[in-house]
Design a protein around this ligand. Structure first.
Ligand code: SAH
Length: 220
């Protein structure tokens, strides 16, 4: 079975997942269409296709996780992506979130700091029809060569709002970032709008739980 093989079973389960996400408050049809398009089962080591379409996070090796579909849909909905936009993702992980953004017509640039995961995911992405450029690096540094970005999405728990990333975002751009709560329990989802070079608007959207955003390339 090749990685690209998509079955009626998988398509049916995906449709059910989309319906579930609707009941959980995801209303943006372009986001739901992308979730319906991207085969999540190819990003998991498990051969049980059912597991891939449950609304759950799942281990993907190297101590990391593929985010829960609801979290992916929620962050993507907040990001308000339009076709042709340049989107920077911090935390490639499995590559699933990046493919959802690519399925919406975004030009996706994604950074992963964990070496083994970076190579594993790069290999999977090369076999899929979604255009995602991946980079091994420290997301805190962003991608100076490819800036400015219309949108930035961070998919790990961030200790602060990285100034370097704000600087690499266009005026009018949006950043969606799970920010560590002061009590150390999970993160608050923030959307930051860059109103001008100096002024940011911040909105918060409830609590989530992410793996930590760590500095520098590593194996841990
Ligand atoms: N977007 C992913 C979810 C990944 S979990 C998906 O769809 O599967 C978060 C990922 O962020 C992990 O793979 C972790 O290694 C990575 N990460 C943590 N700190 C980072 C940093 N500073 N730069 C880049 N990636 C980072």
């Amino acid at each position: 079975m090749t990685i690209l093989e998509d079955t009626y079973r998988a398509k049916g389960l995906r449709k059910q997942l989309v319906d579930l996400l609707r009941t959980k408050g995801i209303t943006d049809e372009t986001v739901l269409a992308a979730i319906n398009e991207v085969p999540r089962h190819v990003f998991l080591d498990s051969s049980f296709v059912e597991i891939a379409y449950q609304d759950q996070a799942f281990p993907i090796g190297s101590g990391q996780t593929i985010s829960q579909p609801h979290t992916v849909a929620f962050q993507t909905q907040l990001l308000q992506v339009e076709k042709g936009m340049k989107v920077l993702e911090i935390g490639t992980g499995s590559g699933y979130q990046a493919c959802v953004l690519a399925a919406m017509g975004a030009k996706v640039f994604s950074i992963e700091r964990q070496r083994n995961l970076y190579f594993k995911t790069k290999d999977i992405l090369e076999q899929l029809p979604f255009r995602v450029k991946t980079f091994l690096g420290d997301g805190f540094e962003g991608l100076p060569t490819y800036q400015p970005f219309d949108r930035i999405i961070i998919t790990a728990g961030a200790p602060n709002i990285p100034e370097t990333l704000i600087a690499q975002m266009k005026v009018g751009g949006l950043m969606v970032i799970p920010m560590d709560n002061p009590d150390g329990e999970g993160q608050t989802m923030l959307r930051i709008t860059k109103l001008s070079e100096k002024e940011l608007k911040k909105e918060s959207f409830g609590n989530f739980k992410f793996v930590p955003m760590l500095r520098e390339i590593g194996k841990d």
